[in-house]
Design a protein around this ligand. Structure first.
Ligand code: PLP
Length: 420
């Protein structure tokens, strides 16, 4: 049973008491009627980022031209330290902003396998994000390793006992997502990392759906390696570079497979043989994407100003409120909550299931409510804690119950042509 008032006035009260309310004006949100619940796919544009990109393009690139490399060259590791400090609990010198999540995953998995001779099993779960599964399949095929897929409940996420049962003395690496992309289930990083370490293996975490959404403590949790994207809750924009984390004690032991010149000691000496720099810099590859990197830096600093504690508290409150309204208003229309209910087991988005989820997601978009669809029959609603209001959640769920009750979705195409 819902324990809060169901009227819109209650959402207005929550908004009035929201300590983060002032941050909404610091984003470019041109359409006041748009309800944006897809922060888990692409975050909104911070005004500070817009201004910094304008400055970088006009002054640094436009006027400074190649002379600006002097200030750009260290940006990937500086932005990495910003991500480490504000968002993922990593002391300086362990995070680099570079490449895509997919490429960083490839680099770190290969490095981890090479560092664990005699162990040739990689463990992941069957509901991990597709790119993670594909990269691991590819590496296993190329190297003749065994890829052990554990079974995961699509809605409840990775179970610690199942991980315990899958690791042994042959396991080199366990690679999992911290927050599940479909359900938002939040794994216990510390507990699972401990299980992995007891088997003598390394733990790699994909933070795409957790960075900026839930507090992450990489150093304190004992995690060995991590990767993550920056275009979701970190708000760095489409295709902005990803990041990777390598625990300091491992940096000497690990050698990444892409021997690029941006990881080279004395880079501009143009020497004959690859000789990587010590430290996190060796995990760089080629010329970094500067405009995207400054967007990562601005995004991390803005979230740092809001504070991960307050962002997490608001994310929990928004998703709890959403679940309560869904239970009360939507269950009679065949909607079920397909995300963990305990706050501590959930990231910042909520997934609802319905046999017509695809058509409903399209009907919502027609009514200016942006969520998204995921197979097989899931509707994801991802509030953006730094901008989303409780009234946005109330209005979105109110529109959703109207769509379900008048069945206005029923005439839309039954299946997605393409889903992005
Ligand atoms: C868990 C997870 N890993 C990886 C990715 C994507 O990786 P990339 O940025 O390389 O496309 C996503 C994208 O949504 C994701 O959710």
């Amino acid at each position: 049973m819902t324990t809060f008032p169901l009227d819109r006035g209650y959402a207005e009260e929550l908004d009035a008491a929201d300590p983060l309310a002032g941050f909404r004006d610091r984003f470019v949100l041109d359409d006041p009627s748009l309800i944006y619940l897809d922060g888990n796919s692409l975050g909104p544009l911070p005004r500070a980022t817009q201004a910094r990109i304008a400055e970088v393009t006009s002054t640094e690139w436009g006027a400074g031209l190649v002379r600006s490399w002097g200030r750009w060259i260290d940006l990937p590791l500086q932005a990495g330290d910003d991500v480490g400090e504000h968002l993922v609990g990593a002391a300086p010198g362990q995070v680099a902003v570079c490449d895509s999540t997919t490429v960083n995953l490839y680099k770190l998995v290969c490095a981890a396998l090479d560092a664990q001779p005699g162990r040739n099993v990689i463990v992941t779960d069957d509901d991990n994000f597709p790119t993670d599964r594909y990269v691991l399949q590819g590496i296993a095929a190329q190297r003749g390793c065994e890829l052990r897929m554990i079974r995961t409940d699509m809605d409840q996420g990775v179970a610690e006992d199942v991980v315990r049962g899958a690791v042994d003395e042959r396991t080199a690496l366990v690679s999992l997502s911290h927050v599940a992309y479909r359900s938002g289930a939040l794994a216990d990083m510390t507990a699972i990392t401990r299980i992995v370490h007891e088997a003598g293996a390394l733990a790699l975490w994909d933070l795409c759906h957790s960075v900026g959404a839930v507090p992450v403590e990489l150093d304190a949790s004992g995690a060995d390696l991590a990767v993550g994207c920056t275009y979701k809750y970190l708000n760095a924009g489409p295709g902005a570079p990803a990041f990777l984390y390598v625990r300091r004690e491992l940096q000497k032991r690990l050698r990444q497979p892409v021997w690029g010149w941006f990881g080279q000691r004395g880079q501009f000496e143009m020497g004959p043989a690859y000789d990587p720099v010590p430290g996190i810099g060796q995990f760089m590859t080629g010329t970094p994407q500067i405009i995207g990197t400054v967007a990562v830096q601005e995004g991390a600093r803005l979230l740092g100003e809001a504070g991960m504690g307050r962002l997490r508290a608001k994310g929990v409150a928004l998703t709890g409120y959403l679940i309560g309204l869904a239970d009360t208003w939507l269950a009679e229309h065949g909607i079920a909550v397909a995300s963990p209910r305990p706050d501590e087991r959930r990231g910042a988005h909520v997934t609802l299931s319905h046999p017509d989820a695809w058509r409903i997601s399209q009907a919502l978009i027609q009514r200016n409510v942006i969520g998204d669809y995921r197979t097989p029959d899931r509707l994801r609603l991802g509030p953006v804690p730094i901008i989303t209001r409780f009234t946005d959640v109330w209005d979105a769920l109110d529109i959703l119950r109207q769509i379900l009750s008048d069945r206005s979705y029923a005439n839309l195409p039954a299946t997605p042509a393409t889903v992005t």
